[in-house]
Design a protein around this ligand. Structure first.
Ligand code: PLP
Length: 471
């Protein structure tokens, strides 16, 4: 399978959506950083498996035994995809958020002393760049210290080294993203891993954005650049069937009580005691998402056949092309790297604004008048986006007041385009064409602001979604 062949098998690529003027157009999905569509061979594999589907674990029937075998084969495929060996457990979760929360819940800081006394709390070193899913869970574990970002939005590596030294002996974990969902910057995770280990800490990588676009190898446990924990979501990698993965140093999960307990986690239970199963079962309470696991394994096999080189090449070309086109529009402000020549070093995620126009309004017009799906706001990375936009603490406080009063219309932000392996230059041309119309105020709708939601709607326009999908 080549990339060109795979591109023809993206599900839903030719679906037409209704525009404000009543016409229908082929949808352009520039929201891949949120979720990717699935692929025909993945759907086919899921359908094929559904004939054999049964609950896993201990069922004596043929289908249950087959499903259990498929489930564990898939686990091996997924583990190999990120270079996991026997020292790591591949634990299935719902998504990256759940995977990180699970780790945060179970993570034991070796240097934890007296919780409550700020000075003696363990330190989790993270960065200002993080998605909230790799920020909020850590606040429960210890004192979260943030590595600053540079003016261009990259993580400030000098500050990383400085903070590692400054908190040496107290840092138990470095928790950092593999790549940003806002600017597409890729972090030097192995360099950070080496530094973390030298300081006696472990490292957890939020690979939600990295996994669909770059090969990952967590390296053996003894390697100084080993990644101790890795989390990612299948729905961002063409398998939107409901699973996420935590690849984790087994030792953390081998002891203590699981976060969720119940069926599937225990070997034996009496009315007082429970004896937990071995990994990974003890961490996968209840019936797992077997179909989701099959879909992810299949997508991984397809990506391995196609090869990351061609995916990187394709997405870098798209990114460079988009940046060239956008740089030529004076009313556009791009946040992060604008240089088409460095497109290979980052992901195809571009955050931008039209000068003096609300990001929510631009996104709405792109959708209603261009059939182009983007995302706007702060992308669950409020601290990072505020830094990129230069929002002062006073301005942030003011916005906070509005939000608490249920007015989301003043939320600062940008809109974001993000590419997948199937997007095209023609789509970028179409996007720029609609963008130019918006800038010239040549759009046709009268847009009304729903303050509570912070979203714009064209007056008098209602789509009947049941014409597109019914149960
Ligand atoms: C960098 C990053 N981390 C974590 C997440 C959370 O992923 P999920 O919603 O699949 O849990 C996202 C989602 O956009 C992300 O971009």
């Amino acid at each position: 399978m080549t990339l060109e062949e795979l591109q023809k098998h993206v599900v839903g690529l030719n679906e037409k959506v209704t525009l404000l003027d009543g016409s229908r157009t082929k949808y352009i999905n520039f929201d891949n950083a949120a979720s990717t569509p699935t692929l025909m061979p993945v759907m086919d594999k899921v359908n094929e498996f559904c004939k054999w589907y049964s609950n896993v674990h201990r069922g004596t029937g043929f289908k249950s035994q087959l499903s259990s075998w498929v489930f564990e084969e898939a686990r091996n495929i997924i583990g190999r995809f990120v270079g996991a060996d026997a020292s790591s457990a591949v634990i299935f979760c719902k998504n990256t958020t759940e995977a990180i929360n699970k780790l945060a819940w179970r993570f034991q800081c070796p240097m934890i002393k007296a919780v409550g006394k700020e000075a003696e709390k363990p330190v989790i070193l993270t960065s200002v760049m993080e998605h909230h899913s790799n920020e909020l869970p850590w606040r429960k574990v210890g004192k979260v210290v943030h590595v600053a970002i540079n003016a261009d939005g990259t993580v400030n590596s000098s500050d990383f080294y400085k903070k590692i030294d400054q908190h040496k002996g107290k840092i138990c974990l470095v928790a950092i993203s593999g790549a940003s969902n806002v600017t597409g910057y890729i972090n030097p995770i192995h360099e950070y891993a080496r530094k973390a280990h030298e300081a006696g800490a472990q490292i957890a990588i939020d690979a939600a954005q990295l996994a669909p676009h770059r090969p990952i190898n967590i390296r053996p446990k003894k390697h100084p650049e080993h990644i101790d924990y890795l989390a990612f979501s299948a729905h961002k990698i063409y398998a939107p069937y409901g699973i996420g993965v935590l690849v984790a140093d087994r030792s953390v999960f081998e002891h203590g009580d699981p976060d969720y307990v119940g069926g599937g986690t225990v070997d034996i239970v009496d009315l007082e005691n429970a004896y937990w199963k071995d990994l990974p079962e003890r961490e996968e309470a209840g019936t797992p998402d077997i179909v989701g696991v099959v879909a992810l394994a299949k997508v991984i096999m397809l990506i391995e056949q196609v090869g990351f080189d061609s995916i990187i090449e394709h997405e870098a070309k798209l990114t460079a092309y988009a940046l060239e086109k956008l740089n030529a529009i004076p009313e556009i402000v791009i946040y992060g790297d604008k240089d088409p020549k460095t497109a290979r070093n980052r992901l195809g995620v571009i955050s931008l604004n039209v000068r003096d126009m609300d990001h929510a309004l631009v996104s709405a017009i792109l959708s209603y008048e261009g059939g182009i799906g983007v995302r706007n706001g702060c992308f669950c990375a409020h601290p990072y986006v505020k830094c990129l936009l230069g929002v002062t603490p006073e301005q942030a406080k003011e916005v906070e007041k509005h939000i608490l009063a249920r007015d989301r219309s003043t939320i600062p932000g940008t809109f974001r385009i993000s590419f997948g392996l199937y997007n095209t230059k023609q789509e970028i041309d179409e996007f720029c064409k609609v963008l130019r119309k918006i800038i010239k105020k040549e759009y046709i709708g009268k847009y009304l602001l729903d303050k509570e939601r912070g979203e714009y709607y064209p007056e008098g326009f209602q789509v009947d979604f049941s014409k597109f999908f019914t149960f």
